[in-house]
Design a protein around this ligand. Sequence first.
Ligand code: NAD
Length: 509
Amino acid sequence: MSKSRNSLSPNSARGIDTAKKVPLAPGRSLMDWIRNAPKRSPRRSSISEDELAQHNTEQDCWLAVRDIVYDVTAYVAYHPGGRDQIMRGAGIDATELFNEYHPWVNVENMLKTCVVGRLSMTKKFKMPLAPVLQTLSVNGGIVSTSAPLEKPFFDWMQDDNYVYLFVTINQEMLLRKEYVTIIHSNDTNEIKVYVYIKSHCFFLGFKLSGQIISVNFDIENNKNIKISLEKKEKSAWKKIGAALSDNKSFTKVQALPKLKFPTYLEEKTQLTHDSFLFTFRHAKNAILRVPIGRHVHILLPNNQSLIRPYTPVPKAVTSRSKNDGTQTTLLIKVYQDGMFTSKLSEVKIGDKILMSIPEGAFDLQKVQDAVSITLFAAGTGITPMLGIIQHCLIEQFLEIRKLRLIFFNKTENDMMLKEDLEKLAVKFPNNFKITHVLSASSSSWNGKTGRISENLVREIVPQIVVENDDLADDEKLLCACGPKPFTDLTVQILKRLNVSESCIYPFSG
Ligand code: NAD
């Protein structure tokens, strides 16, 4: 879709709602739509852009949002923005329009009975792309051959009570809350803001001119991050403060300085005989969520050479997790003879632990693009998989996506979050299947046994063996995480089964 069709109004950069509403005829409210929505029809796995384009009239109107094609013919009369507005998306990929006007609307749920199927990637990925800045707007980011990532724009303003920092993203991506980390230190009065944009991070750092009481942020129009710093005193600030080194830098995540900030152990919940959910409350004015598939490091304050990476457990997978920006819950296995975890297990509620800002390079785009996702997890290697599971099953309407988890543990007593995962498998029977494999099971275990092997993979997931598989490489994702020998062996086995390397993502810490 060309940019000129839906370019932003000049006012939108400061959060003015661009979505205009028109009076709807009686009986055309959202509640009426929920009551009258058509019945679900069978979904198709692939609809080409050419086919989509043929359904472009009010009597036969399809549109695509975030790679899902919807038949909105019945919905046109219910569209709060009016018929003309929704018809702008008729027969095309309307993701960009949608993100501009109402990115917060849960389209997947609202139009769930209107799904025709998945928009075929064929044209997007197989056809040569125009050389410059050719991007495809898809949920979670852009796909591009040559487009560089664009550096965000920064501005600030103030009123009596607040200083506002504005970061405007020039990237076509769904701006998720976990892409923003803000750490303010009371001791130094420094504020550090990290905005994660795919492989890169935009950094803002200032020693503030005045004292502040609180920090908050909102995302507006999927483009603007508005950070509100509540002033301690009502006086005007002449400037925001002194810039810290690297202020306004835009670097690869791996190149970020390793900032650590204080957190306090808030809660410890036992999951199995040796694994626990540790919830850490962040220091005041430290807002941090970890992007899916990425991790944080934690350190013991009195021994900073001991440092370990952990991936937070999403709240949607278990209600015992507390990741909400002010707290982070990590799943940690305590090894009696482990250098780090034996010491961590002695930490008391209220004790200080240092935590890093989010690290890692996993790109959510891989999950967005795949229709078939196979997760090989061993032991605590389940943790990065949980975010993927949560994203696919809970956040996104993905009835046409297949998710397989093969979870390797030693014994029945080592299976972490078993009930929570099983609840999801029951809730999404057509989309999510779990196979447990035990390497040292009791005699009463009647499930799969052993360690990962080529035969076991062929037996559990025969469809991923390339000869049995009719999916394109970019429609598949296979992730592996666990002890290093397990992860390495899984990758080797998948390659032996002719799975293309581009579909395989090993989490390697
Ligand atoms: P574990 O020792 O309980 O083993 C779990 C299963 O892994 C075993 O039942 C077996 O099936 C398999 N396994 C173990 N060793 C193997 C080997 N040599 N070859 C093939 N399969 C093998 O696992 P754990 O104690 O929970 O350890 C989990 C590991 O995952 C840790 O090393 C942790 O660092 C790693 N991990 C990595 C990340 C990441 O990289 N992002 C995230 C979480 C966990």
